[in-house]
Design a binder for this molecule. Sequence first.
Ligand code: GH3
Ligand code: MG
Ligand code: MG
Ligand code: MG
Length: 304
Amino acid sequence: MTEPDTMQTILIIDDAKENIVVLSRLLKSQANIIFALSGEEGLKIAGTRLPDLILLDISMPGLNGFEVLEHLKQSQTTADIPIIFITGIPDAETEEKGLNLGAVDYITKPFASAVVKARVRHQLKLQRLTTALKEANTRLTQLAMSDPLTGAYNRRYFLDALKKELERVQRYRHPSILMVFDIDCFKSINDNHGHDIGDKVIIEMVKVSTTMLRKNDIFSRFGGEEFTILLPETPLAEAAQIANRLCLQIARTTIESGNKALSFTVSCGVTQLRDDDKSPDSIMKRADVALYQAKQSGRNQVVI
Ligand code: GH3
Ligand code: MG
Ligand code: MG
Ligand code: MG
């Protein structure tokens, strides 16, 4: 969250030095002031410094204010920076054009200092609110898709990803794989070592798995001690190797419980996404059947 007492930054773009001096003096108590003496220079500074507000002159040699604004709006990094025109052009048509292009305000020279200060203060406040909202939104999105204990993706996110991948498989006909992992006899780990150690086992499972996967693989904590992995564009034989390697690596891993080393194992069901799968449900069911067989056959193994 943005600290309320951090100074915001205003970029002034104006070809007349004296305008910059006047505006800087006027606004320096409200924000850090940076400036550019041409549109071209202003664009560069805006892109690197990402100011909270831009005060923009219209009549400038080289790029004029309208052109600068259009460039700023075209770039994703600068598109949301509010822009106030400060100009000697007083006619309504120019003002209308500026506002229609996306400026938040239009101030004509000569201006009353107190009015400029108030309008700038207002925009800075709005900008602060917008930033805080964006940050809260990012945080909410992150919370909605992840598991609080491990930070891994949760069931909701995973099923959504699986649905999208199924659509890609049916369109592009590449092989993609779903794996379901379940910790063996986890109830007895909890019973014998306590719930906190059980949690540590879950966290370790996530750590080991995620370090072994590739960038495009999607790992989730699907439920309590059950994990799913989506491997896009992966042949079944390669997936089988990955699953077996992961099982082996887990079996080699130990957790500290008291002053003893505790080891644990996982079982895994693997299935390929199919053309005739109607929804993630049928894929999950197939993987669950394979997982059940792995459990029935003695656990600590992969069934395809
Ligand atoms: P199996 O080998 O057949 O999978 O047996 P299991 O004991 O692992 O399976 P079962 O479904 O009987 O038990 C799962 C247990 O996992 C029960 C539940 O209390 C525990 N569990 C679920 N979520 C958590 C968690 O977040 N932390 C801890 N410590 N335990 C959990
Ligand atoms: Mg000018
Ligand atoms: Mg289970
Ligand atoms: Mg289990």
